[in-house]
Design a protein around this ligand. Structure first.
Ligand SMILES: NC(=O)c1ccc[n+]([C@@H]2O[C@H](COP(=O)([O-])OP(=O)(O)OC[C@H]3O[C@@H](n4cnc5c(N)ncnc54)[C@H](O)[C@@H]3O)[C@@H](O)[C@H]2O)c1
Length: 321
């Protein structure tokens, strides 16, 4: 088997996808890379490369030197950061993807590209958003995701590159902090609930968005990449989701475990405007039909697992302090 490269591997998804791929295929087959310096956890185990995706020669060199057969391309600026830095977002989100697809074309690599609910916009049907529908996002992040989906489709049909993708909802996880997205509240709320029993949410109480617990996102990614290509009606990208929730609903669920928890709302107009342009709930029927997508965590299961694992993490940090 040829090796696997992850770009942006130190981010929220990569921190959990890299170990999951190592467990499944063997640590010596997985190369983690990021524009950040090598963190301590890679010293002595696992292979880590310093790789800036905006530099095509760096990607080509790493792909050639490690005999890469699959690239999980995670490096991107997320929605809120992309609104702050639209030029940088275009440069990385589009330029980086183009460089990865070109390397994949030349070295015959499979590619995973994570799109997002951000690839939809205010004119998209907001409830049970179909797999094929209007995609006219109003954010730089969304524009790069729609253009990215189309570029991936082009490389699949024009050059035969085996590109696959998911339109991911907001991801909730306890290992790495989220990287500046509109759904980050759904991670921050857990830390604040356990540490301070209070959270000031930057989205309004009734802002309904799709979410998914990280183990379901990791499972879906691997399942899609291993799926029979003949069954895939869509390359980029399959709608996936596990729950459609508001901050008030999440707070109520947390309160079942942390009764003193209180939430109030300090709405950030930039992130609220982004959230208001996104769907309430995606229809993930095509993913279920084509490659068997089935999330395991609903709101209740996710909340109780998150709190348990985060309690252990925070206790470990206190013990180590
Ligand atoms: N986390 C989510 O909720 C979510 C939801 C939908 C889609 N996605 C998509 O999944 C992918 C990964 O998301 P994430 O949450 O892990 O993001 P993240 O912000 O946590 O991580 C991105 C990583 O990319 C790295 N990076 C930045 N510039 C780079 C460069 N020039 N070259 C190489 N690496 C660079 C960063 O150092 C960071 O470690 C992105 O494409 C994102 O749009 C994420």
């Amino acid at each position: 088997m040829r090796r696997i490269l992850l770009t942006g591997a130190l981010g929220q998804i990569g921190s959990e996808l890299a170990p999951a791929l190592s467990d499944r295929y063997g640590a010596d087959l997985v190369i983690a890379s990021d524009v950040r310096m090598m963190p301590p956890q890679y010293a002595g185990h696992g292979v880590y490369e310093h790789l800036d995706c905006t530099q095509p020669q760096q990607i080509l060199e790493v792909v050639r030197r490690h005999d890469i057969g699959a690239i999980y391309h995670l490096a991107a600026l997320l929605s809120a950061v992309a609104e702050e830095k639209p030029h940088g977002a275009w440069n990385l989100n589009m330029g980086g993807l183009y460089n990865v697809l070109e390397a994949a074309r030349q070295y015959r690599c499979q590619v995973f590209f994570p799109s997002s609910i951000g690839a939809f916009g205010p004119s998209t049907p907001r409830d049970r958003t179909p797999q094929l529908t209007i995609q006219r996002p109003t954010t730089m992040y969304g524009i790069t995701k729609v253009a990215g989906e189309l570029l991936c489709d082009y490389y699949a049909s024009r050059f035969g590159v085996d590109v696959r993708g998911l339109r991911l909802p907001g991801l909730i996880s306890y290992q790495a902090q989220p990287g500046g997205g509109t759904t980050d509240y759904a991670v921050e709320i857990f830390y604040q609930a356990l540490r301070y029993k209070h959270y000031a949410c930057f989205l309004a109480a009734d802002t309904r968005l799709d979410m998914m617990y990280m183990p379901d996102a990791i499972r879906a990614t691997i399942q899609l990449m291993e799926a029979d290509a003949a069954r895939l009606r869509f390359r980029n990208a399959y709608n996936v989701t596990a729950m459609s929730i508001t901050p008030a609903e999440l707070a109520a669920e947390i309160r079942k475990h942390v009764p003193e928890f209180a939430i109030d709302y300090h709405v950030d107009p930039v992130r609220q405007a982004i959230a208001n342009s996104w769907p309430h709930s995606l229809d993930a029927g095509a993913a279920a039909e084509d490659w068997g997508f089935k999330p395991q965590y609903d709101l209740a299961a996710m909340t109780s697992d998150m709190l348990e694992r985060l309690r252990a993490k925070i206790a470990g940090q206190r013990a180590g302090a």
